[in-house]
Design a protein around this ligand. Sequence first.
Ligand code: ACO
Length: 401
Amino acid sequence: IDIKTLRGVTNGITTIDPGYKNTGSCESAITFLNGEEGVLRYRGYAIEELAEKADFLEVAYLLIFGELPSKDRLAKFHSDIKAQSHVDEDVKKILDGFPKSAHPMGVLSSLTSALVAFNPTSVNVDNDEDMYKAIVKILAKFPVLIAWTYRKRAGLPLDYGDDSLGYVDNFLKMMFKKPNGEYASDKKVVDALDKLLILHADHEQNCSTSTVRIVGSSHAGLFASLSAGINALWGPLHGGANQAVIEMLEAIKEDGGDTHKFMNKAKDKEDPFRLMGFGHRVYKNFDPRAKIIKKSADDVLDSLGIEDPVLDIAKGLEKEALEDSYFVDRKLYPNVDFYSGIIYRALGIPTEMFTPMFALGRLPGWIAQWREMRLRKEPIGRPRQVYIGETLRSFTPIEKR
Ligand code: ACO
């Protein structure tokens, strides 16, 4: 069915589907996901193969433009990104206005939105060339915004990276460069982060991606749509889960490490506590990303020579959940966020920065979905409702209420 036919079909009939559990909002050629079988593919390539063989920028290109880039194309893409990596100095003044305690996701969405003011030509993009420019700009500036957000919290000088480095290595340098400029690039760390970012790069019509598409459908512009997506990702039921997972694992450790006690809390319907990092709207078998990340967590801790007791608690919880009828019956398995925080921690990334890391990984997916929505000339997103409020009432003056 083409989009025009779909438009007509909605006239006259309203279906209700809270949480859109069975409602497709669009047709898409970007990401294939089979939740029953635990299959995830970007543009037809298995996630397992991409995580092993590709790098993050290559996957970003694939997601956005639909094909793996040739060596020359990738080199040009990278050099176009490098050429746009400066952020207007006045953005630092905006950043300065935030208290140090501000959550980085709030800061990041505000700064991304502020970029619109500094790059007004990136708003009205309706041809491929202007789109390419806007895409390259945000891929270049977003890691700078994340690094600045982190460095401001840490009381470190705000600076730029090093154009001679790869995209991920450069990001790590912007984050962790010492005030005297010292930074030791570590291949193991770069590879681990590269893999994590690839695993987060797209996940079809999740909460933040749907937000990006729906905001973009009003032609609000790429940066504004992304800013909205960042806010959607912030919530603990979505991207905020990675921070919540590590906080939960630490709370279990502090409490003496009794995983069973917390399993029972999660099962108690009177208790709002949920086992963070478990369950998924679409995966009802296992999350293929979680499998790769679990192995990666083991490898990273091993190769960096770190012992993290929280990893044992995580493994203990997973083992118990796999044998517990509550979790088995509801098909609740560890999701992508369950082990990612352990890796971020090993890489030296502080807990409040976990969700911005997710945003960095998801950026190419959001861009790809926004671009697809614009190229397909999709109509403005505007769901209907089933009204359940009062029928007509007559107005009572305030003195008589
Ligand atoms: N702990 C305990 N019980 C759970 C959990 C959990 N983590 N997740 C779901 N359940 C239970 C629900 O209470 C419900 O039980 P019931 O049928 O007895 O009422 C049942 O499983 C189905 O759960 P829903 O909330 O209806 O499932 P939904 O698809 O709406 O939610 C979600 C999916 C939000 C991911 C949920 O599983 C959850 O809150 N998980 C914890 C947060 C989390 O890890 N989020 C990250 C998701 S991945 C991502 O965004 C990157």
